[in-house]
Design a protein around this ligand. Sequence first.
Ligand SMILES: [Zn+2]
Length: 318
Amino acid sequence: MTPYPKIELHVHLEGTVRAAALKQIAKRNDYALPDDLESLYAYRDFRHFIETFELTAGALQRYEDFRQIVVDYAAEASAHGAVYLEAIFVPGFWRGLDTDEVFSGYCDGAREARELHGVEVRLTPDIPSVYSAEEAETVARFAVAYRERGVVGLGVGGLEYPTEPYARAFAFAREGGIGSVPHAGELAGADSVRSALDGLGADRIRHGIRAVDDSGLVRELAGRGTVLDVCPLSNLRTGAVATLADHPLPRLVAAGVRCSISTDDPAMFDTDLTRDYEAAESFGLSPRSFYDAGVAGALCDEETRARLQAVGAEYAWR
Ligand SMILES: [Zn+2]
């Protein structure tokens, strides 16, 4: 059966690299990886996941690595029906990478992904919450400089973080036409979603599921039409929810909050777009609503949005 069309707004490119490709890249960069990647991917807790993410991201070092992983993931996602991706990456300042090499590798990969696989890819660099305000502003400057090459948003991610140090970076990005897509409300509570909205001018929230604990906030998100980029299986793997049945997704949707569905880190969470959508649909929710939330939340130009809208309108949803 041909998969129905999907829009994925929350996927970390470093977390999409399947074991075989990661081993190949690590080998050509002479980077030591543990032999048994699969057992490495069995996380004890969220901090362990972040450590593993940093270890595997360390294998990615050159223009060619960055370019390749965008094209590879577009091929995989397209097989699951993806027509549009907003892909996240970390600039890797502390690893001595050439930042232009990082940005241009990802941007060229995005262009090639469209040519080879027909998937529109836009990019949203992420500020790890261990970065200083100055480092965050540098990421914002690069994001603006690469806007014409497909960078559309700026994010911030990590465990819990204060928004004040990053407010200037997000304000600069906004002035340069770059959207705000911070992580919040994943493990941190509803307050973190509030700070992302007020402190960083969030256009969307990555995760945002803990908003469910604050009914006033849920009403506000629904009223503003703010899209949450929900990743059901990621939340299960990191322990953000104890069981899938506990997932706030159906409550958020019932309250009128627009939710898009994504994998977050498919290779590291042993998932893919089809499995995450199946998890989301298991609550009796319609895939069309996830697609429409994706169209509404995408940071793309209006011409692309109209095209995505047409894809949704023309598809024979069951
Ligand atoms: Zn994420």
